[in-house]
Design a protein around this ligand. Structure first.
Ligand SMILES: *Cc1c(COP(=O)(O)O)cnc(C)c1O
Length: 387
């Protein structure tokens, strides 16, 4: 039994066994704040793995998005185009700067942002576009990139779910001028709360360092590039503590194995739901050939809201916690107040009512995957017969 009373939880934070030793080592080094040895190890790893100009560890992906909003220079009267089928802080980061999020629909296949749909939401006031890589599957990055360049706006990639995933061999988070990653407990690789800003545009590196360090030139001062340490810009306390980086380093060292293990469970779900899909009872995730995903999430699209409610209840009755995702941003109370929808968003409205996410974590036993599969199968075939 888990804390939430389910025998099979939705997520179980994975532990590699290396985290404690690294934290001890950080404590012994007496460098607990940002910029210590483990921060540098994590940043070096991410820079190399993603091919980004510079990775900067942050307190969360949300903090990285807030930095991105400042770097994009958005303010009152500016618009930022993003999918409604996204996470709350994809929008709040820009709302905090006074900008208006403009919500667009997502592709029917990948549930990701689409260049044509994003373009449809753009006006003369658009300052940035924010594609979200849903479930660790990349958006059509070439088309989005070309669009951003043609219109002279910044592209900020919300790759919160995208660590270890790629498109055409290139890491998620590295396609935008800026990219944001999350290491929240619910993500594949975690330190509880944490994130990173991938600064892919070299022109943004210097200001990003300042914003992250309370608006000061501390980084340049420490490198001996300036004689005085002082306040020079706006900013906040966005840097990750070295204690969190120590925990995270214990996970990044095992990121390949974590991804491979999740992938095994993902593939098992996918293979064994093929039949139900052929019977028209569920739709499985679609991953374009160009994409290597990271098994962040296994979801099914069910017949409709009633079928979903039934499956959630049936699984709950068997001690399995399956959850839905997301309440569309454009129809949420704050989304209506601070943003607007670019016309009708039929895919978002439809999918948000019938998408179900199934339990998935690293080292999930195959029998547990099978238990979930059997429960889903029993539930959907039963509700199908009732109809
Ligand atoms: C998890 C997530 C975030 C927020 O990440 P935090 O590290 O918790 O701030 C933002 N966007 C998306 C798409 C996410 O999945």
């Amino acid at each position: 039994m888990t804390q939430d009373g389910h025998e099979i939880p939705f997520n179980r934070a994975y532990r590699t066994g290396r985290e404690t030793a690294h934290i001890e080592s950080a404590i012994e080094s007496k460098h607990l704040s940002s910029g210590g040895r483990f921060t540098k190890l994590c940043e070096g790893w991410l820079t190399e793995r993603t091919g980004s100009e510079r990775a900067m560890m942050t307190t969360s992906c949300t903090a990285a998005l807030e930095m991105a909003a400042i770097l994009a220079g958005v303010g009152e009267g500016d618009e930022v185009v993003m999918p409604s089928f996204g996470f709350v802080t994809t929008a709040t980061a820009f709302v905090l700067r006074g900008a208006t999020p403009v919500f667009v629909d997502v592709r029917e296949d990948t549930l990701c942002a689409d260049a044509e749909l994003v373009e449809g939401g753009m006006t003369d006031a658009t300052k940035a576009i924010v594609p979200v890589d849903y479930a660790g599957v990349a958006c059509d990055m070439d088309a989005l990139r070309s669009l951003a360049e043609a219109r002279g706006v910044m592209m900020i990639e919300d790759a919160a779910q995208g660590l270890m995933a790629s498109r055409d061999g290139r890491a998620l988070g590295s396609f935008g001028d800026l990219g944001a990653l999350s290491f929240h407990e619910t993500k594949n690789v975690t330190c509880g709360e944490g994130g990173a800003l991938l600064v892919n545009d070299p022109d943004c590196v210097e200001r990003a360092e300042i914003l992250r360090d309370k608006g000061t030139n501390r980084q340049r001062f420490e490198r001996g590039e300036t004689a005085k340490y002082t306040w020079i810009d706006i900013g906040s306390s966005y840097a990750m503590s070295d204690l969190n980086a120590a925990f995270l380093w214990g996970q990044l060292e095992e990121a390949e194995a974590i991804t491979a293990s999740r992938r095994t469970s993902w593939d098992r779900y996918h293979e064994r739901f093929e039949e139900l899909e052929a019977e028209g009872l569920v739709r499985r995730p679609i991953v374009p050939d160009a994409c290597v995903h990271n098994a962040h999430m296994y979801y099914l699209l069910l017949a409709g809201p009633d079928a979903r409610r039934q499956v959630i209840d049936d699984l709950d009755g068997r001690g399995i916690n399956a959850v839905f995702h997301y309440v569309p941003l454009h129809s949420s109370p704050a989304g209506r107040r601070y943003g607007r929808a670019a016309g009708e968003l039929p895919v978002t409205d439809d999918v948000s009512e019938r998408l179900l996410r199934l339990p998935l974590w690293a080292d999930m036993p195959p029998e547990t995957v099978d238990t979930v599969i059997d429960a889903v199968r029993a539930s959907v075939t039963r509700s199908a017969r009732v109809r």
